[in-house]
Design a protein around this ligand. Structure first.
Ligand SMILES: Cc1cc2nc3c(=O)[nH]c(=O)nc-3n(C[C@H](O)[C@H](O)[C@H](O)COP(=O)(O)O)c2cc1C
Length: 183
């Protein structure tokens, strides 16, 4: 009997880099991972849940509401049986939400109920990235065992140059592979 594909939860948040998450989901599928996407309500302003639904063939909960389907899950079901969850891109807002244990949408509930490695790949403007509040939230998550795929430096979508670009997708895939013991 072949091993079942590892279930990977991909959290997508309200960053201008959200469109890159579609390519990331494809990269995960190429590694034969079973990808389940969960989005913040804000992320849906940048890329539609339908994109991820079509790519993954799974319902995509967004904000606090899941699509009602026969296989519908509650705010806890996404985390069940997950091999890992990766939030990419992870906004400053969601980083704070996760660091403080908020449970005000499906993404944050999933992270709280997770019994598997949590990875975050932050993406934001350099000035936001350098703010002590963001760095302290990051340190809190790291202290609790979260794995951080640090952003790269370069030209940002806003035109600024500096740290804050979403890490290269290959780097994120490699970090997830390592977290689930596949590398
Ligand atoms: C055009 C635009 C681009 C943005 N890009 C980012 C970003 O890359 N990273 C970030 O942390 N916030 C960014 N923001 C702000 C977030 O969208 C905002 O903080 C939001 O509340 C994030 O919510 P969420 O974490 O629930 O998705 C951007 C806002 C706008 C209007």
């Amino acid at each position: 009997m072949p091993e079942p594909a590892p279930k990977i939860v991909l959290g997508v948040t309200g960053s201008i880099a959200a469109y890159k998450a579609a390519e990331l989901a494809r990269g995960m599928q190429k590694r034969n991972w079973d990808v389940w996407v969960v989005m913040t309500a804000c992320a849906a302003q940048y890329v539609g849940p339908l994109t991820f639904r079509a790519l993954t063939d799974h319902p995509v909960p967004c904000g606090f509401f899941a699509e009602r389907e026969p296989e519908t899950y509650s705010h806890l079901d996404l985390s069940a049986g997950a091999a890992a969850m990766v939030v990419a891109p992870c906004s400053a807002q969601t980083l704070a939400r996760l660091a403080h244990g908020f449970a005000d949408d499906v993404l944050s509930c999933t992270a709280l109920a997770l019994a598997a490695p949590l990875l975050v790949a932050p993406a934001m403007n350099t000035r936001m990235w350098n703010h002590p509040a963001v760095q302290e939230n990051l340190a809190t998550l790291k202290r609790r065992g979260a794995l951080v795929v640090a952003p790269g430096s370069g030209e940002l979508a806003c035109g600024d140059v500096g740290a804050g670009r979403l890490a290269e997708l290959g780097e994120i895939l490699q970090a997830v592979a390592q977290a689930i013991g596949e590398s």
